[in-house]
Write a protein that binds this ligand. Structure first.
Ligand SMILES: Cc1cc2nc3c(=O)[nH]c(=O)nc-3n(C[C@H](O)[C@H](O)[C@H](O)COP(=O)(O)OP(=O)(O)OC[C@H]3O[C@@H](n4cnc5c(N)ncnc54)[C@H](O)[C@@H]3O)c2cc1C
Length: 561
């Protein structure tokens, strides 16, 4: 691994000759802690949802969250942006993205920890839950790497579905990161990019114009040649690009490797990298296919539906990712508040600030409980009809709310740190710029809210399965019961529900979170959640607890260091 020094963690020099003042009341950098041990809600959820066996793995990754050298790499990977090199020195097209060594080191750590693969390699039940815990922790380290690891997680089942691409799926489960641009068979492990969005639109994939012509025969497993473009292709150094393209019989989903079977470079070209608001360590590009060789992964015409089976996993991963992002932001704000004095008291002890921080902590409790519950549904979907229903509808519900919540949440945690929060080093500013992205990709918020309705329409029983979970917790809780009945009626009004779908899905997420907290969290926390989110209907701002009973327990659980 590349070694870096970290200015924030070396012993401070103290006052120097040119200082005019004493330096005091500056919080220490949040480092040297274990983000798994500091997060009782995570440990509880891991065991409750069936993956207690993964505790040591999660603890190992939790140690990396607090490791100063890893924190330095995350900073450097986001300050030293990937660069596209289209040609070699004398004009041969090469199409490589050059990353800072810190990015490669982080990729190596993530793959070694099986952030990308554990759901599929676990020898015990609970692989999705265990993998969700790792992804939640990884998202507290660095989010750019979360893109290729999440795409690999999602792509494995689709690549396994065809004999021709099954060996690629096996290579994707490898744990020794191999950044070389060489044929798949020469690599220890590979990564994947998923590129669907075209210039004229990303939400309506059926409007794609990239075309596919069969090389020999037609159908799943057969090679085709692709011609066209994609306007967004993140992590383009992926060894395979998963992509939609139009066949004679409608869209197909294809896997295009960077090298063709004869060992030559495939005719797939990176055009340029995007200059992004956040997620800066991860390259995102636009690309062109010019008769690029690719394998069809489904029947002709079935491409969008098949792509959605991939996107379904990444939707859960972004719900998990945004929860991790919020968790990291809360840890930074809380740590700062514990160590910073104002008006002779720690910030956390000031009544109003304690209300803000506790209110923030409620969102993390709720989002984490829901994401882990949904992950268990994925684990159990194969053998249990109710779990299959929850596995269908759960990812869009969890993604909608957690990804939508994260930007407002992080704006608040940033302000909890005053001016220091707004400065890049914190690293709150990085989290702030990252936060909106999970609401956009893999289904923007509107599309994901509409997907909840689609699940109800096309897979009857999905919505009822969620209401059954809520009902199981309503006994003795009149507010939960009344809200549940009202929401059922609102969903039943088919004339209005598309127009209202954001509101309905937000309420559904809150009800499900409340039910999980009633059953599993300390009573004071569940009560505070219901008062603020179900009875009062939580607005966009924080600091809305109307009494302080839950505060100390919430803040203790939020960062148990
Ligand atoms: C940093 C970054 C990286 C990305 N990486 C990738 C990648 O690797 N691969 C990839 O394929 N894509 C990628 N994307 C693209 C992303 O998935 C799309 O931006 C997203 O799917 C939305 O598509 P669009 O931008 O074309 O928006 P549009 O389709 O133009 O939609 C614009 C808005 O209209 C809303 N809308 C659309 N239809 C409806 C409707 N029926 N009802 C209500 N509202 C509607 C949408 O919610 C959205 O808010 C990336 C995007 C970003 C920002």
């Amino acid at each position: 691994m590349t070694e870096f020094t970290f200015a924030d963690t070396v012993v401070p020099i103290g006052a120097t000759d040119d200082d005019t003042h004493e330096v005091f009341n500056t919080p220490p950098v949040l480092a040297g802690y274990n983000a798994f041990d500091a997060d009782p809600a995570l440990g509880e959820a891991l065991h409750r949802e069936g993956a207690g066996w993964a505790e040591e793995r999660a603890r190992d990754l939790g140690a990396l969250v607090g490791d100063p050298s890893i924190q330095t790499k995350a900073r450097l990977a986001n300050r030293n942006l990937p660069e596209f090199r289209g040609y070699d020195s004398y004009g041969q097209r090469v199409d490589v993205v050059e990353y800072h060594p810190a990015y490669h080191d982080l990729m190596g750590e993530a793959m070694k920890a099986e952030v990308h693969s554990l759901a599929w390699t676990a020898s015990e039940p609970g692989g999705h839950v265990a993998r969700a815990a790792l992804s939640y922790l990884w998202n507290q380290i660095e989010n750019g790497v979360g893109c290729p690891t999440g795409m690999a997680y999602a792509a494995v089942p689709i690549l396994k579905s065809q004999a021709e691409t099954r060996p690629w799926a096996e290579k994707m489960l490898g744990t020794t990161y191999d950044p070389r641009l060489v044929p798949i068979e020469d690599k220890t492990a590979i990564t994947v990019a998923t590129t669907l969005t075209e210039k004229h639109g990303g939400c309506d994939l059926r409007a794609n114009s990239t075309g596919a012509k069969p090389v020999n025969g037609r159908g799943a497993g057969q090679p085709y040649l692709l011609t066209g473009h994609k306007w967004f292709c993140s992590a383009p150094m992926g060894d395979i690009w998963l992509t939609t393209a139009l066949t004679e019989n409608g869209p197909g989903l294809f896997a295009a490797p960077r090298f063709t079977p004869d060992g030559s470079r495939n005719r797939m070209f990176i055009q340029a990298l995007k200059d992004k608001c956040g997620n800066r360590s991860n390259a995102s590009s636009h690309i062109e296919y010019r008769d690029a060789w690719a394998v069809l992964l489904c029947d002709e015409g079935d491409g969008v539906r098949t792509a959605m089976t991939d996107v379904h996993f990444t939707r859960l991963d972004f719900a998990v990712g945004s929860t991790g992002l919020m968790r990291q932001a809360l840890s930074l704000a809380l740590h700062y508040g514990r160590h910073r004095l104002a008006f002779q008291r720690s910030l956390v002890d000031l009544p109003l600030m304690s209300n803000v921080l506790a209110d923030l902590a409620l969102d993390v409790e709720g989002s984490l409980a829901l994401a882990m519950r949904v992950a268990r549904a994925l684990d159990e979907a194969g053998g249990d009809e109710t779990a299959a229903k929850l596995a269908r509808i759960g990812p869009p519900i969890a993604k909608y709310w957690s990804c939508k919540r994260a930007p407002a949440f992080i704006a608040e945690t940033l302000e909890c740190m005053g001016g220091n929060g707004y400065i890049e080093d914190a690293p709150m500013a990085r989290l702030y710029r990252e936060a909106p992205l999970n609401g956009i990709w893999e289904g923007s918020s509107n599309m994901v809210a509409l997907d909840v309705l689609r699940a109800d329409e096309r897979d009857p029983g999905c919505l009822e399965a969620v209401f059954d979970e809520v009902n199981a917790a309503r006994s003795g809780n009149a507010a939960l019961g009344a809200a549940c009945d009202a929401l059922k009626d609102a969903f039943a009004d088919k004339g209005k529900r598309e127009f209202l779908s954001r509101l309905l899905v937000e309420k559904l997420a809150h009800l499900w979170q409340a039910a999980l907290l009633i059953q599993n969290a300390p009573t004071a926390i569940a009560d505070a959640f219901i008062t603020t989110r179900i009875v009062a209907g939580h607005g966009p701002l924080f600091g809305r607890l109307d009494d302080s009973r839950a505060v100390s327990e919430l803040l203790q659980r939020a960062l148990a260091t």
